[in-house]
Design a protein around this ligand. Structure first.
Ligand SMILES: *[C@@H]1O[C@H](CO)[C@@H](O)[C@H](O)[C@H]1NC(C)=O
Ligand SMILES: *[C@@H]1O[C@H](CO)[C@@H](O)[C@H](O)[C@H]1NC(C)=O
Length: 366
């Protein structure tokens, strides 16, 4: 069992009134304190013996590769329709992005924006699922975005992107960037009239966090006439890895919510054929990744990275935060003890805490 000796280190890092001015000293300090506490307490845990992996990544993930090259995903999780019903707290509707690719966005509008014709921040959201599973229509993400729109008081555009292994990376990044072009050119009433375009964020959880990061790298380097101006990134438990196993990956090798076997199989089926996990899509330390962060710095973006001690990916996420700090990107790390990968998708109270962190982050920048 996971046990932590530092309950007090579940510290929200946003309790500062002069946030913008104090971030360099106070937040960096509080952040490193949290890192240190998590690192120390985690080393106390015993390591478990890895359960042997199935060598076939399709079998490992319970995917059926059909004769005709398509992939069947048995046990499809439930999906929810959008509802543009003005008696709801949040209205939602689906808008096509590119029909030939099957991409679209589910847009969530808090009713207050309609009532007052006020403009709200826009969060472009990418769902998780290891690049292979789930949809913007999946009930877990529908509810997550609905509640986030309500609590954060923002318009959310949850993007349906193409999945691997039928469409390996960078297909999802291409779709994400295309979604940004689409937002820029959009004439939809909600997006056109009720969004404050000086207040736009890219966000994703798990694999969606990886997509937000990589699409962010591209967007930061892109021509500003093509892509809306952005304020920053919100990366919730972003899905990163590498060939070297981190301490948290080894320690939490059989973690039921994200066992290493599944983790490896998802990378194997989503990365371009023939590359390993030290490709920069997967490992931000690899290749030109670190250099490309310079553009985020030049754009003056802010980045929020959240994670938790019970997630095998936590060490890599902290490494990315340190990399960004080194590159001069304005980054805030919010790491808590315990919990597990994807906790916000199954625990409404944890989701609510996360919305609060996001709301504070967004409002502190205004
Ligand atoms: C491919 O095969 C699967 C399973 O046999 C079938 O359901 C699907 O319709 C086929 N798709 C095409 C494009 O032929
Ligand atoms: C949709 O995607 C196709 C295939 O990649 C591309 O050729 C086309 O330009 C895209 N359409 C729009 C409207 O962007």
């Amino acid at each position: 069992m996971t046990s932590f000796s530092f309950q007090k280190s579940i510290m929200p890092l946003f309790s500062f009134t002069h946030y913008k001015f104090l971030w360099r000293s106070s937040i960096a300090f509080a952040f490193f304190l949290t890192l240190l506490l998590i690192a120390n307490s985690l080393t106390l845990q015993t390591q478990s013996t890895p359960i042997p992996c199935n060598k076939d990544p399709y079998k490992q993930l319970n995917l059926i590769l059909n004769q005709n090259g398509t992939v069947t995903r048995p046990n499809k999780p439930p999906e929810s329709p959008p509802a543009a019903d003005p008696t709801l707290l949040v209205l939602s509707k689906d808008l096509s992005i590119n029909q030939s690719k099957g991409t679209w966005a589910r847009v969530y509008l808090p009713r207050v924006a309609l009532d007052h014709r006020s403009k709200l921040p826009l969060v472009v959201f990418f769902h998780g699922g290891g690049f292979i599973f789930l949809s913007a229509a999946s009930t877990i993400f529908h509810e997550f975005c609905f509640n986030m729109a309500n609590d954060v008081v923002a318009v959310i555009a949850s993007v349906e992107y193409r999945l691997a292994p039928e469409h390996r990376l960078p297909a999802a990044y291409d779709d994400a960037v295309e979604a940004l072009h689409w937002i820029k050119a959009n004439q939809d009433d909600w997006l056109k009239n009720l969004v404050d375009y000086s207040n736009l964020f890219l966000m994703g959880s798990s694999a969606g966090g990886n997509i937000a990061y990589n699409a962010g790298l591209r967007a930061a380097a892109a021509d500003e006439d093509q892509i809306p101006k952005m304020k920053g990134l919100i990366l919730v438990q972003p899905f990163f890895s590498g060939t070297r196993r981190t301490g948290s990956e080894r320690r939490l090798v059989n973690e039921p919510h994200l066992a290493l076997c599944f983790n490896d199989a998802m990378w194997e089926l989503s990365l371009p054929v023939g590359v390993d996990r030290d490709h920069e899509y997967c490992n931000p330390m690899a290749g030109n990744g670190p250099e490309r962060l310079g553009m985020m710095k030049r754009r003056g973006w802010w980045v929020l990275v959240t994670g938790c001690g019970g997630d095998p990916l936590v060490d890599r996420q902290m490494e990315v935060v340190r990399l960004m700090q080194k590159k001069g990107v304005r980054v805030v790390g919010h790491f808590t003890a315990g919990d597990y990968h994807g906790v916000q998708d199954s625990d409404p109270l944890k989701a609510k805490e996360l919305y609060e962190v996001i709301k504070t982050f967004i409002s502190a920048l205004n």
